[in-house]
Design a binder for this molecule. Structure first.
Ligand code: ADP
Ligand code: MG
Length: 683
């Protein structure tokens, strides 16, 4: 056995494995496996024990057995559908080996007459004789057979025997990588080394040992690697020096005169944290996290005004034009009138656009609103000092890293997210950022009351809606699909629109992703201005938009949505002073799990609680916005079952940040586990 300590062997592509060629490489690539390291995490699913040898007269029908025999006679009938047969014997009896679809030449090669051969397979019985069909293992070297054989989940084009050979080869060549964990951490896992742990992981007899030291050690490797990468990015950003913003007077206070509410304590605290960062000499890279409706916008706008007043420009980027417009209008309302702000959208005419570019360049425009198009080449800021990005949960670590580089070192960055993250995961997902959390909801806010109804009770829902319309309220009606689908039995927006239009002829309109941009905006504006009462739509209304007069949201096929997504949708209503309602419609045959999920939503209005519960029920992979977070790449670690390891990781990171300015010894860990290759920019 080769024994080296070079981890780079694991980063080789699969063709470095003996016997693996282009074809296998292509097959495995489709499964997301590109290098040897990736292969380590496909675990055996079961095993066959071929270690028990017997004689022919001891064979038991239906069992997998290993026997040593001598082939004594071939029978190749050459008739379609009749199998080839090799009669074999040992000193106690006879057995037939039956081959379907195997060439004579091959059979003669593996079972030469009058030679002792060891074979293994499931024992059958036919016409008074034992038989083995397509014996899986045929070999002269009995040691290869007489053992436990792992069974892996296979993919077309690769068989068990071949796959096992590949894995065996890799395990034999597994490097003994120098230990990266501190002594204290090693002790927690009873000093299980990486290499030995991987070998145990591939011993099929250990399947399901999730609580074993070796398994937990490997899970912890993953957790620490992802946290350490974030921590390094964060450290690097922290080192960037900038000109500090000087707040002459905290003139932003003037804004408060234009507000008809007071900030909550959480809003004040978040604003304070942001202001401190802005005034410091270090570049800010901060996440402002708060549930839907917690009032993040106002916090960002006040901090923006502070920056403007310190003679820097600000850019606010929203995920949609409608939302950009809404933020812009809000700023127009509360900013001092002598501060020029503007909005750039796809719709802006060329002439106006050019003027905006000009004014951005000469510094006349102090704050600009828009979507991602804000950062085009044509855009040259005079003195950009602050970028605010709303609803950032669409970015992964790598994209965030790029963002942090935007605008040069003098530019502070604030990301805002309405996706509550279970506590266990905050450091794993956002370890590269400082975080401010708004947990408290504005005081005047009434909780949305949530009902659930089977489809069959639609008439009750219509009655309820009619009453709300009579009271001057507006309704969102959300469907999972745009059009009817033959394949999926979900309500479509178009069908529902027709249905509702019949009942409320002048009060319904429809919005979905296939509607032209300008038309979309017109519809939303009409809804905002109360030109109609019911807006039937797909989930495109999910993000951020504020409709103070919308009071009811009806959600069809509610069980098809994630809990966090339902919570986001529900957050579209209940922004005004009236009591708001959310009606979840579902098909009557709900599963136990679906029922539980709906009950969680009914009993809580707190996005953090909901995300924790959602994670417990569905696993973290499905939580809204986690798809690109990198977290999904965990092979073994599980935030629910390994919550303690995540906590341990947080503490260990703090220790490393304190005590180990040089993280060179973690290099193999990071190189192996960082599939996003971020590490190349860091070490
Ligand atoms: P989100 O955090 O989801 O982005 P918004 O910033 O859109 O929430 O705020 C939702 C609504 O609450 C807005 O109409 C906003 O003006 C209002 N709001 C924000 N802060 C407060 C507060 N402290 N008291 C009352 N209303 C508030
Ligand atoms: Mg918002």
């Amino acid at each position: 056995m080769k024994n080296n300590n070079n981890y780079e062997y694991l980063l080789n592509n699969l063709t470095k494995i003996k016997g693996v060629g282009k074809k296998t490489t292509e097959i495995l690539k489709k499964k997301g496996i590109t290098n040897i390291f990736d292969l380590l995490w496909r675990l055996p699913k079961s095993y066959i024990d071929r270690s028990n040898k017997s004689k022919i007269n001891e064979l038991q029908i239906g069992q997998v057995s290993t026997i040593t025999i001598k082939p004594i006679k071939y029978s190749f009938p050459r008739i379609k559908n009749l199998p080839n047969k090799v009669t074999c014997q040992d000193e106690t009896g006879y057995i037939d080996c039956i081959f379907f679809n195997s060439y004579e030449g091959y059979i003669k090669k593996i079972l030469p007459l009058n030679v002792n051969i060891t074979i293994s397979g499931k024992i059958g019985y036919y016409k008074n004789k034992y038989q083995i069909t397509n014996p899986t293992y045929v070999s002269e070297d009995t040691s290869i057979i007489e053992k436990v054989h792992n069974k892996y989940r296979l993919t077309d084009g690769i068989n068990q025997k071949y796959y096992n050979k590949i894995i065996e080869q890799i395990l034999n060549n597994l490097p003994s990588i120098p230990e990266w964990h501190s002594n204290k951490i090693q002790k927690k896992f009873n000093n299980q080394k990486w290499r030995e742990s991987i070998i145990k992981l591939h011993d099929a007899k250990n399947i399901g040992n999730f609580q074993s030291d070796y398994y937990r050690r490997l899970a912890f490797d993953e957790i620490l690697a992802s946290m350490l990468i974030s921590s390094e990015i964060r450290k690097k950003i922290k080192k960037i020096k900038k000109e500090n913003k000087i707040f002459k007077v905290d003139e932003a206070k003037t804004i408060f005169n234009n507000l008809d509410f007071e900030l909550t304590n959480d809003q004040k605290r978040a604003l304070n944290e942001i202001n401190l960062d802005l005034k410091s000499k270090n570049k800010m890279f901060r996440l402002l996290q708060g549930d839907v409706g917690s009032g993040k916008t106002i916090v960002s706008l006040i901090s923006a005004l502070n920056v403007v007043k310190s003679d820097y420009q600000v850019a606010l980027m929203a995920p949609t034009e409608i939302l950009a417009k809404q933020h812009y209008n809000f700023a127009k309302k509360i900013f001092p009138k002598n501060i020029e702000i503007d909005i750039l959208s796809g719709k802006t005419e060329m002439k106006k656009k050019k003027l905006i570019y000009e004014k951005i360049k000469n510094g006349k425009i102090k704050m600009i609103f828009g979507t991602h198009t804000l950062f085009q080449k044509k855009m040259n800021f005079n003195n950009l000092g602050y970028i605010i990005i709303d609803e950032q949960h669409k970015f992964g670590v790598k994209q965030r890293k790029n963002l942090s580089d935007k605008g040069g070192s003098n530019c502070d960055v604030l990301l805002m997210s309405a996706t509550p993250i279970p506590r266990t995961l905050i450091m794993s997902i956002y370890g590269d950022m400082d975080i401010s959390i708004i947990r408290e909801k504005p005081k005047n806010r009434k909780s949305v009351i949530t009902y659930s109804k089977p489809d069959s009770k639609i008439n009750d829902v219509i009655k309820f809606v009619r009453k709300e319309i009579d009271d001057g309220n507006q309704i969102f009606w959300v469907c999972p699909l745009i059009e009817d689908s033959k394949k999926i039995d979900h309500e479509s927006a178009i069908k529902k629109f027709k249905y509702l239009k019949n009942i409320f002829p002048d009060s319904v309109d429809i919005l979905h992703g296939n509607i032209d941009k300008n038309k979309k905006e017109e519809i939303l504006n009409n809804f905002l201005n109360k030109k109609f009462s019911i807006l039937v739509s797909t989930t495109i209304i999910e993000v951020g938009i504020d409709f103070p007069n919308a009071n009811v949201i009806v959600i069809e096929n509610a069980n098809k949505f994630g809990l966090s997504q339902l919570h986001q949708l529900r957050g579209r209503v209940g922004r005004g002073h009236k009591q708001a309602s959310c009606i979840l419609l579902f098909k009557s045959n709900l599963s136990e799990n679906a029922r539980k999920r709906i009950n969680i939503l009914k009993s809580s209005n707190d996005g953090f609680v909901i995300s924790e519960e959602d994670m417990k029920l569905r696993g973290f992979g499905d939580l809204l916005g986690f798809k690109q977070s990198g977290l999904k790449n965990y092979k073994l670690a599980d935030p629910i079952h390994n919550a303690d390891l995540f906590k341990l990781g947080e503490n260990e990171i703090l220790r490393i940040e304190r005590e180990e300015p040089n993280i060179k010894r973690y290099k193999p860990l990071l190189k192996l586990y960082d599939q996003a290759d971020i590490i190349n920019d860091i070490i």
